[in-house]
Design a protein around this ligand. Structure first.
Ligand code: 4AD
Ligand code: MG
Length: 446
């Protein structure tokens, strides 16, 4: 008999198969026992009928604790009402082998205990259908990211994780003693190394974990998150936006193609994602400021009005990003932010030094910034000045300054946070469910 994966069950209607997995749920109806069995690739309903089985086996099934590991075999039947992921098929049990009967004290209804309990039991929580579905989407997002870059002329060149200096401001650095070399820091971004790498390889991307000692406890911040960062030689801000919209569209399409059952099981409205195609709307920070002013004036609820308060020069808070993106049904580019709220390495806007050639991509439905990027500064002298203004140690940036001396070219790049992207695609509340083992200001366990 063939052992199948539940995700392929539609190919086996009318056949005898075996499924190896775990009992996620059990419902007893007298002579019938319904087991929801998960095998890692899906969830399938298995129906045990007393008349089909030996009395001893049926008695064991009736008492089978949740999370017992089992090998079930039987006949696959199509039934539109059968629950499961993908669902629509069930197995009429002919035989069941218990690999291990689980201990009876499995923390059953994890959800009823609230988020801290669930997070303390993350090692078990990932077995639940919602968490399982999110992490399956995450894997496909990562595959789609690599697929797009690998087929569009980018070379994967990874950046170090232990670094001598800050890339994204000195306030969120994790530091560690590094032998006799003094302090080292966990990377906030591989960008500066990408800038060296494009002068060797033209178009590159790095992809790995990045770290920010974020004091903020929001649903959008982790202290350890995964970022993919492409960098492109001979590329300006407009070309960068074209790359971003093609790239993001590819990810959305691949997830829709491969993870429909998972998204549906999460209750995601797929029509919102099917909509997404280039071109994405583009507005300047100045235009965004004007729109926010209009929204502020039109708002009648005093609490919401307070949150929308805005003046030119400040960075967007999440209420601002949400209000702006609610005006569109696609991701929104906002470019030309004030120099003062952005990192030290961004090229100034020609004739307007108070503005820089930066662009953020804001996801729809209130998910906010998923990509931050910019054209990079070309002038050696100005870059050195910025390094000083930002209180960064010049010695640690010598190599970076070299890049402006030996064949510098206009170049641009961006970083996309994997977890924020996954949270948006899955339509979930909190970013911590978009990574297998979240790290936040109050959590390093499990
Ligand atoms: O906007 P950020 O800080 O940009 C950079 O780090 C650039 N050096 C990237 C580059 O141009 N190569 O971060 C980029 C993205 C954000 O848009 C967001 O999606 C994600 O990284 N991100 C976080 N995700 C989760 N938790 C945090 N604390 C995050 N900080 C940034
Ligand atoms: Mg940013």
């Amino acid at each position: 008999m063939k052992t199948i994966r539940v995700e392929e069950i539609a190919n086996y209607a009318g056949q005898e198969v075996a499924v190896r997995g775990w009992v996620y749920n059990r419902t007893d109806k007298g002579k019938l026992v319904f087991l929801l069995v998960r095998d890692g690739s899906g969830f399938v309903q298995c129906v045990a009928f007393k008349g089909d089985l030996s009395e001893a086996l049926f008695e064991q099934i009736v008492r089978l604790p949740q999370e017992s590991s089992v090998i079930v075999s039987g006949l696959v039947r199509e039934d539109k009402r059968a629950p499961g992921i993908p669902g629509g098929y069930e197995i009429g049990v002919r035989d069941l082998q218990i690999v291990q009967a689980a201990a009876e004290d499995y923390p059953m209804a994890l959800k009823e205990h609230g988020p801290d309990f669930a997070l303390d039991h993350r090692h078990l929580w990932i077995r639940m259908p919602s968490q399982w579905a999110i992490l399956r989407v995450r894997a496909t997002v990562i595959a789609a990211i690599r697929e797009w870059f690998d087929t569009h002329g980018f070379l994967n060149v990874d950046a170090p994780i232990l670094t001598p200096a800050a890339c994204e401001g000195t306030t969120t650095l994790f530091e560690t003693e590094y032998f006799d070399e003094g302090k080292a820091y966990l990377t906030q971004s591989g960008q500066l190394y990408n800038e060296a790498n494009i002068m060797a390889f033209g178009k590159v991307y790095c992809f790995g974990p990045t770290f920010r000692a974020e004091k903020s406890k929001t649903r959008r911040h982790l202290t350890e998150f995964w970022m993919v960062e492409p960098e492109i030689a001979f590329c300006d801000l407009d070309q960068l936006m074209e790359i971003e919209e093609q790239f993001v569209t590819h990810i959305v399409r691949r997830v829709l193609r491969d993870r429909g059952p998972e998204l549906r099981s999460l209750g995601r409205d797929l029509s919102k994602l099917e909509n997404i195609a280039p071109p994405f709307p583009r507005i300047s920070y100045d235009e965004a400021a004007k729109k926010l002013q209009e929204l502020y004036e039109a708002e009648t609820d005093p609490e919401k009005k307070e949150l929308l308060k805005f003046e030119w020069g400040i960075d967007f808070g999440s209420p601002h990003e949400t209000a702006l993106t609610n005006l569109y049904d696609k991701p929104l580019f906002v470019y030309g932010y004030p120099t003062a709220v952005k990192a030290f390495y961004m090229e100034p806007w020609p004739g307007r030094p108070e503005v820089c050639k930066s662009v953020d991509l804001l996801a729809p439905e209130g998910y906010g910034e998923i990509i931050g990027g910019s054209e990079r500064m070309s002038s050696y002298d100005l870059l050195l000045q910025r390094i000083h203004e930002h209180g960064l140690p010049e010695e640690a940036f010598k190599w970076y300054l070299d890049l402006r001396k030996y064949g510098s070219v206009p170049h641009s790049g961006f970083g996309m946070g994997v977890e924020r992207t996954v949270a948006w695609l899955c339509g979930i509340e909190h970013i911590r469910e978009a990574i297998p083992y979240p790290r936040t200001i109050k959590r390093v366990y499990p």
